[in-house]
Design a protein around this ligand. Structure first.
Ligand SMILES: NC(=O)c1ccc[n+]([C@@H]2O[C@H](COP(=O)([O-])OP(=O)(O)OC[C@H]3O[C@@H](n4cnc5c(N)ncnc54)[C@H](O)[C@@H]3O)[C@@H](O)[C@H]2O)c1
Length: 448
């Protein structure tokens, strides 16, 4: 099939590459000329495991192309995916300006039947607005052309996006139009060959399903983070609690880790947007307001632990910081908890030497002007001259560090771990003072 993807970011690029992999002819549009230049030169502008190979293979086969030309993009695909950003508006609701701009371009330039597919995460009612925007453009042109608007929210996870797209646990298609539904089913059939996981539903239910999924996951995390504070006060271990709770199949073990707060391009904005939708519909948003408030305070928990141990004034102190991206296997810095931690430590006069396996460039952009932040080339190099280590993102390479080196390198033998990577008893045995989340902290066996 001929497919256009409008918006070649994390979602658009993965969608385009994976659809091309199945033999479709895909044209990816973006208004960001530098992104398109990078893609046309055979590279990719983001870090996503496995993606480069898919992009290069399909580009070489002529099935995946990139453009900044809106006219060419609208002409190309019978299926027009909208995968542009939907950032929070000033009041927290989803800002639809990019989605509607894409819709208007399609209405202004289309010359034959189109299926316009909302892949961006958008509130209930957006498909109607897209329909109206296209109708208005067609009316202004004085033409009548057939088209359908479909909701097809995306559930991929950054860091595992290619695998998720190729083997989705579900494909949600919200469509009221039979021809469009058939086209969507054919498009996704290769991805669900072993077991049908396509859920066809009305457009509004599809739109709500995406927000409901993200809000549920965020709720689990905030719930565990709140319990981790109780565990610390009463001398329980949240890790043991997690395993005991998660063993119940009605609950399950996923997304129950206490930590330094959730971040990323989706949970924070989607929780806010769903909360706004609830209040706008006259339903008090009690749960989601609490989920967000708990997360905001949790992003400060690591800095609070540092202050509780080392005092309010951190001037002259140097912190090694491991992990900048909002989660492992991505370079995405949007709403990353590391930003809050670094801002707090810097505000109190400390210097931070940060290391991340891939997010250095994005972090430098996101925290441009933060003079107290510098970047190291390795986890070891970040330790040079540091008083203490703060761990914010659980990259695999941090899971078994050289503990003897940590003990030697850190002036105060202090580790603040926002991801509970280590066994507190083992840390004490290595001569390290270990502060983690929702578990008793451990003092070194040898005094320093
Ligand atoms: N990132 C994720 O993990 C993820 C997962 C599921 C759903 N989503 C949703 O998918 C949508 C896209 O997210 P993303 O992370 O890929 O965003 P992104 O910011 O990485 O990419 C969006 C791209 O759209 C481009 N763009 C904006 N307006 C345009 C226009 N009119 N024409 C062409 N290009 C335009 C931007 O330049 C940018 O490159 C959002 O609604 C998001 O909530 C994201």
């Amino acid at each position: 099939m001929k497919i256009t993807i409008v918006g070649t970011g994390y979602v658009g690029l993965v969608t385009g590459a994976c659809l091309a992999e199945m033999g479709n002819h895909v044209l990816c549009l973006d208004l960001d000329a530098s992104k398109i230049r990078t893609l046309q030169s055979g590279d990719i502008p983001i870090h996503e495991p496995g993606l480069l190979e898919y992009v290069q293979r399909n580009a070489a086969a002529g099935r995946l192309q990139f453009t900044t030309e809106v006219e060419q993009a609208v002409a190309h695909g019978t299926l027009q995916f909208i995968a542009v950003g939907t950032p929070p508006d000033e009041d927290g609701s989803a800002d639809l300006k990019h989605v509607l701009a894409a819709a208007r371009s399609i209405g202004r330039l289309m010359a034959d039947y189109k299926v316009v597919i909302n892949k961006s995460t958008v509130p209930v009612g957006t498909a109607d607005k897209v329909q109206q925007a296209i109708d208005a453009e067609l009316a202004a042109r004085g033409v009548k052309l057939p088209f359908a608007v479909v909701s097809n929210p995306e559930f991929l996870k950054e860091g595992a996006a290619v695998a998720d797209f190729l083997r989705p646990d579900r494909v949600v298609i919200g469509a009221d139009d039979e021809r469009a539904t058939l086209l969507m089913r054919s498009l996704y059939a290769p991805f669900v060959r072993n077991r049908d996981r396509i859920f066809v539903m009305d457009v509004r239910s599809a739109e709500l399903t995406k927000y409901a999924a993200n809000a549920m996951l965020a709720t689990r995390i905030s719930f565990m983070n709140e319990l981790s504070r109780l565990a610390e006060r009463v001398g329980a271990d949240i890790e043991l609690v997690r395993q005991g709770v998660g063993a119940d199949p009605r609950i399950g073990l996923h997304f129950l880790y206490a930590g330094a707060g959730y971040g990323g391009s989706c949970f924070p904005k989607d929780v806010k947007a769903l909360a706004k939708s609830l209040t706008a519909a006259g339903v008090p948003s009690r749960i989601l307001d609490a989920v967000e408030a708990v997360n905001e305070s949790q992003k400060h928990v690591l800095a609070e632990k540092v202050v509780a141990r080392m005092g309010e004034d951190l001037s002259g102190k140097v912190f090694a910081l491991w992990g900048l991206a909002f989660k492992p296997n991505t370079d995405d810095m949007r709403e990353a908890p590391s930003r809050t931690v670094i801002a707090e430590l810097a505000r109190r006069g400390a210097r931070v030497q940060a290391y991340d396996p891939v997010a250095r460039d994005e972090a430098a952009k996101a925290m441009a002007g933060q003079e107290r932040l510098s970047f190291a080339d390795s986890a070891s190099a970040a330790l040079a001259g540091a008083d203490a280590l703060v761990i914010v993102t659980e990259w695999r390479e941090f899971r078994t560090p050289d503990f003897a080196e940590l003990e030697r390198a850190l002036k105060h033998k202090l580790v603040f771990d926002g991801r509970n990577l280590y066994d507190p008893k083992a840390m004490a045995a290595f001569g390290l003072e270990y502060h983690c989340i929702g578990r008793p902290s451990a003092a070194p066996q040898t005094s320093t």
